[in-house]
Write a protein that binds this ligand. Structure first.
Ligand SMILES: [Zn+2]
Length: 138
């Protein structure tokens, strides 16, 4: 199978096999699994994967691992060609998924602590302001 690149805004609900759809606004790319299982693969571009395009021919790096479908496909797309790597075992897939989930949770905690800091800063400011006004009234 040879992949072609298509900029899509938005990515169509029904996708054709052999097309890498790239939504630059939402920084997503989607393609159907080249093994033929029709699993819809979603990539975060450029956060997780990078796409380089020559004409309409895409190359994607790093490799694409299908961890959320039974096929466990693992491959590169280089100059539109699928370069197969050994499929992930269900165990390996589960581990990769766990790592990804753990990373998302860690990101969320970081974001939450930023909010927490802002919230505390606002409370502190409020405290000081109300203390100031209390002093002013006395
Ligand atoms: Zn597949």
């Amino acid at each position: 199978m040879r992949f072609v690149y298509e900029q899509a805004d938005p990515i169509p609900k029904v996708m054709k096999p052999g097309v890498v759809y790239h939504d630059t606004e939402f920084e997503l790319a989607e393609l159907l699994c080249p093994c033929g299982c029709r699993h819809r693969i979603t990539l975060l571009v450029p956060d997780g994967h990078r796409i380089s395009v020559h004409g309409t021919t895409p190359s994607i790096s790093p490799s694409i691992a299908v961890c959320d479908a039974p096929c466990g496909s693992h491959f590169f797309i280089r100059d539109g060609e699928v370069d197969w790597l050994p499929a992930f075992s269900p165990d390996h897939s589960a581990r990769v998924m766990e790592q990804q989930v753990a990373r998302h949770v860690a990101d969320n905690l970081r974001n939450m602590s930023r909010w927490e800091r802002l919230r505390r800063w606002v409370f502190r400011l409020w405290d000081r302001l109300s203390a100031y006004f209390r002093v002013g009234r006395d």
